[in-house]
Design a protein around this ligand. Structure first.
Ligand code: PXL
Length: 284
């Protein structure tokens, strides 16, 4: 970018802030900072916890603040090397994110859309079908989309498969997402056979699967952790498949530690002791 000079890469993150339960901004901010990326945060909502596993959480919708917030950024002529979207709190916010894209999209920057909609074959509790339709429009404008298997199935109108994902099924999902307009795709939560868990990537030309040994546990927020590390890797010039493998390995190590620590799955993974590795990764 023209004004980049020697400054660190800069990304704008459009996600919620969930006070407890590592996900969205409380993951993206430490991870991308550790990877030497300046992260500017546009919060979509403030919650006491994320919505996946806690009862009685508070939810402050920030839709009304979003436009004045980013119009101020535009007035200040801030530029971003990447725009990173995640959990959105209402259908209206999706329209606002489209406006954000049109204001801040440049020829060189990267739009990464994590279409946070659901997991385990179901939409999240506050997610409406209208929001799911809006998410398709955002994916169309993305350079990289990072759905899990549930989100990929909803976005493409394909039957959800919990496991035993064969190459044909994975490639078909990627191709459908590319046909919708995304330039590159990374599917997460890919389970090609029992004992393996990882990602499938399509860069528009080639298709790859990377699935190391599965850590036999599920933690909330791992999709956000994966997407944040992936973005850091891409901003440091790694190719899609390399950045995706780095992100998958990092997420897997955090899950391994959490399993050892007996961490409550709804609290998210214990990534804090591992952050130093991300700093090292970008220096290597
Ligand atoms: O990790 C995805 C996520 C992000 N933000 C909120 C969520 C969830 C998943 O449940 O509820 C508020």
């Amino acid at each position: 970018m023209s004004e980049r000079n020697n400054r660190p890469p800069r990304a704008a993150a459009i996600h919620d802030l969930s006070g407890f339960g590592r996900c969205s901004l409380t993951v993206a901010l430490p991870v991308l900072s550790a990877m030497g990326v300046q992260l500017s945060c546009l919060p979509t909502a403030v919650l006491s916890t994320h919505t996946g596993g806690f009862q009685g959480y508070t939810f402050r919708d920030l839709t009304a603040d979003m436009q004045p917030f980013f119009r101020h950024w535009k007035q200040e002529n801030f530029e971003f090397d990447a725009i990173y979207t995640g959990y959105l709190g209402s259908a209206e916010q999706i329209g606002l994110v489209e406006e954000f894209f049109s204001l801040f999209r440049t020829e060189k920057n990267l739009i990464l859309v994590d279409p946070v909609m659901g997991d385990h074959g179901k939409l999240y509790s506050l997610y409406t079908p209208e929001m799911a339709e809006g998410m398709k429009r955002l994916c169309k404008k993305a350079d990289v989309v990072v759905p899990n298997m549930t989100e990929a199935a909803f976005l493409t109108g394909t039957e959800y498969q919990e496991a035993n994902h064969n190459k044909k099924y994975l490639e078909m999902l990627c191709e459908k997402l590319l046909a919708m307009g995304a330039r590159q795709v990374v599917l997460t939560g890919v389970a090609p056979n029992c004992g393996k868990m990882g990602v499938a990537c399509h860069n528009g030309r080639e298709f790859f699967v990377y699935a190391p040994e599965r850590v036999n546990a599920h933690y909330d927020g791992t999709g956000d952790l994966f997407a944040s590390v992936l973005l850091g890797g891409l901003l440091h010039g790694h190719a899609l498949n390399t950045a995706a493998a780095l992100a998958a390995d990092f997420t897997r190590s955090c899950m391994e530690i959490s399993l050892k620590n007996g961490t409550n799955p709804h609290h998210g993974v214990d990534f804090e002791p591992m952050l130093w590795k991300l700093g090292k990764m970008i220096l290597d």
